[in-house]
Ligand binder design. Sequence first.
Ligand SMILES: NC(=O)c1ccc[n+]([C@@H]2O[C@H](COP(=O)([O-])OP(=O)(O)OC[C@H]3O[C@@H](n4cnc5c(N)ncnc54)[C@H](OP(=O)(O)O)[C@@H]3O)[C@@H](O)[C@H]2O)c1
Length: 225
Amino acid sequence: MPSILVTGASRGIGMEYVTQFAAEGWTVLAACRNPDGAADLKSVAGDVSVYKLDVDDVDSTAALSKALAGRPIDVVVNNAGIIGSRAGFDALDYDAWAEAMNTNVFGPMRVSQALMDNVLAGDRKQIIYISSLMGSIERCAGGAYVYRSSKAALNMAVTCLAQEFGPKGVTALLFHPGHVSTEMGGAGAPVTPTQSVTGMKGVILGLSPADNGKFVNFDGTPLPW
Ligand SMILES: NC(=O)c1ccc[n+]([C@@H]2O[C@H](COP(=O)([O-])OP(=O)(O)OC[C@H]3O[C@@H](n4cnc5c(N)ncnc54)[C@H](OP(=O)(O)O)[C@@H]3O)[C@@H](O)[C@H]2O)c1
């Protein structure tokens, strides 16, 4: 069966990815910051292995790369992310902004660098990025400087990566997962993790190289940059 690696697998959208792909019979590599505290993740049924990964940390991504050296991975899902500081213009906190950029932009790029050889060795060669419609410049409704700018930067970084690695057979895709009822999205959010990941899974299963570099909703609808 194909293999998939998911970052930020300890809860929310990441854990739902693990649950649904494991249920499909895939080999799932579930990466999270604190495997010792990930009892729920470890109880997911199926072929699931848990790995330690803090995407903020160069040594942690290097250790994961070393642990997985030589192992093909069909799909990598860069899901780990934070909302960061919600401070407005008058109170911008640059340390907090840098922290969000580190997790939401540099993190997925570090993971992409660390695992690119694994992806290139896989049959599917797909790298998924959980972005956000809040990173769309065209749809910007103001506020949330930190989160919006981090996801807009992720969109650009992945666009560059897609152009560089598309010719090598890689398909890179950016998703807006919907407004999802997780710790980040809040209990009242209209889309459940099950609905969000069911949609994204369907899109991933139907991906082709022609989709490289696209930014889409969890149901596959194209989104404006
Ligand atoms: N929920 C929404 O409505 C929504 C909308 C648009 C986009 N998104 C995006 O979807 C992704 C998942 O969000 P979610 O709603 O599932 O959020 P969540 O419930 O807050 O979960 C976030 C996950 O990211 C992990 N994480 C955070 N920083 C990390 C780091 N430095 N290294 C490794 N893992 C880290 C967390 O791990 P710990 O358990 O260790 O903290 C947790 O597993 C994020 O990229 C988010 O920006 C969410």
